[in-house]
Ligand binder design. Structure first.
Ligand code: ZN
Length: 63
């Protein structure tokens, strides 16, 4: 019964909002980087399903 190997920590007191749907994030994996937009479980699952390469909102725009 060990479906989730990732340890989660409570971030409900940090008032972090999902970068997609705006829902408040209650908990995050320990390895989450705060440099990137944080997504809730649903949006994170959708992003992963859509494609692991789409990490940023920029589509290869160059100066
Ligand atoms: Zn979301």
């Amino acid at each position: 019964m060990t479906s989730s190997r990732r340890q989660m920590f409570d971030v409900s007191h940090l008032d972090i909002k999902c970068g997609d749907c705006g829902k408040q994030i209650q908990e995050l994996p320990l390895q989450t980087s705060m440099d990137r937009p944080i997504y809730c479980r649903d949006c994170d699952a959708n992003n992963r399903a859509a494609g692991p390469r789409s990490g940023s909102g920029f589509r290869g725009s160059r100066f």
